[in-house]
Design a binder for this molecule. Structure first.
Ligand SMILES: NC(=O)C1=CN([C@@H]2O[C@H](COP(=O)(O)OP(=O)(O)OC[C@H]3O[C@@H](n4cnc5c(N)ncnc54)[C@H](O)[C@@H]3O)[C@@H](O)[C@H]2O)C=CC1
Ligand SMILES: O=C(O)C1=NCCCC1
Length: 369
């Protein structure tokens, strides 16, 4: 009797499981349409994997970034972004949300990892970027900066795209310097000196050409071989010393990984403008206290610069204004004095750049389909 009951009971359980398995795809559809979490619970009961109905973020390759980002689009977008950034503390907000980034030092590999984020109302996007600074990669024949940007829809929080950050970082940094040059260099400037010959040097050469008709570009870097190669490739003048490059230059871009000052104040014209890009960690330095104290100092992000910029930390100077405040007309542009734009890098620049790339890639994709 007992064994008959066991057989009947077992049979019922078997039939119930069999029925549930057959019904599961239909139930899954119903639950998925009506309530996602119920469907997940059902998914735990029956061995069926839920199909994703929403598309995954699109993956944008380095080549696609290069193809789809131009300084013509980027420079005005970065200008607007930096203006918004400097409205972040205004009553009523509206300028967006920009937390200070974190920096993690990986001592044993001489690397630094920066985690940055922003909500940019221009384009209604949220961006998160991880960018790794490994200066010893030069000896490995690798880029010194690797990173990834994730672009999210600010209305829903959905991730729209994942893209390479190397090229965007170079271009948006140079675009920010171009904006600073627009406001802080003397009108009609003609001579550009670039110190360093890496990614930022190349990007600055291209971006600054959009701001005026440049008569002469001079380059200097530590390795005379690399200096010659850069000069040949871009048809500019190679200098044997930094002094030769800087003396008499209207605009200077310091784009090195140096830990000691690369120029002296006595070399500078009374109205020279310097885009100081490199010393974005407290232990690095491109400009000495003498230069910093002689100049009117502007930043992209003043609290960040006081914390992270070796040039500001070492010289203990007081920052005059953020470039965004000059853009917004709340602080003066002192064009006739020596000016320094101390660039650290802010995520709003990545947000506007990533949005430009995403929009262009999406349009092209739609045209193909
Ligand atoms: N402000 C910002 O938003 C950003 C700043 N950076 C910083 O800008 C600097 C340049 O970046 P990349 O061009 O991408 O690097 P890179 O590695 O491509 O080029 C660095 C250049 O600096 C030169 N250099 C290194 N040590 C030097 C020294 N002691 N004296 C003179 N020249 C020296 C190298 O020869 C090379 O030409 C780095 O410090 C980087 O971390 C990078 C990205 C964004
Ligand atoms: O992307 C940025 O911003 C960076 N800032 C400091 C150095 C690494 C890149």
């Amino acid at each position: 009797m007992q064994s008959t009951r066991r057989i009947v009971g077992g049979g019922c359980i078997y039939l119930a499981c069999w029925g549930l398995r057959r019904l599961a795809p239909k139930l899954q559809g119903i639950f998925h349409r009506s309530n996602n979490s119920s469907a997940t619970i059902l998914g735990n009961l029956v061995p069926y994997k839920m199909a994703h109905t929403s598309p995954q973020p699109c993956l944008i390759s380095p080549a696609q970034v290069v193809e789809n980002l131009t300084y013509k689009d980027l420079i005005p977008a970065v200008e607007q972004g930096l203006g918004n950034f400097s409205k972040r503390n205004e009553e009523g907000g509206g300028g967006g949300i920009y937390p200070q980034r974190t920096m993690m030092k990986i001592e044993e590999h001489n690397g630094s990892v920066f985690v940055m984020s922003a909500f940019s109302p221009a384009g209604n996007v949220i961006v998160t970027k991880i960018i790794n600074r490994y200066v010893d990669n030069t000896e490995r024949n690798l880029p010194t900066h690797f990173g990834t940007i994730i672009l999210h829809d600010a209305r829903t929080g959905k991730s729209k795209a994942v893209m390479d950050a190397e090229h965007i970082t170079a271009m948006r940094t140079a675009a920010a310097s171009a904006v600073a040059t627009k406001y802080l260099a003397r009108d009609g400037w003609q001579t550009l000196a670039i110190l360093g010959a890496g990614s930022q040097a190349v990007a600055h050469l291209h971006a600054l050409k959009h701001m005026t008709t440049i008569r002469e570009v001079r380059v200097w870097t530590r390795s005379s071989e690399k200096c010659q190669a850069f000069a040949q490739k871009f048809d500019v003048k190679a200098c044997e010393t930094a002094q030769e490059a800087v003396t008499g230059a209207d605009v200077i871009a310091t784009c090195t990984s140096s830990h000691t000052p690369v120029l002296e104040s006595s070399w500078l014209k009374p109205s020279a403008h310097i885009n100081c890009v490199g010393a974005c960690v407290p232990w690095a330095q491109e400009l000495g206290a003498e230069v910093m104290k002689k100049a009117v100092v502007y930043t992209d992000n003043t609290p960040g610069a006081y914390k992270e910029s070796g040039d500001i930390v070492h010289s203990k100077v007081t920052v005059f204004a953020e470039i965004g405040e000059v853009i917004n007309g709340t602080k003066e542009a002192k064009r006739d004095e020596i000016t320094v734009f101390k660039s650290q890098g802010v995520a709003v620049e990545d947000a506007v750049a990533a949005k430009l790339v995403y929009d262009k890639v999406s349009v092209l994709k739609d045209m193909k389909s």
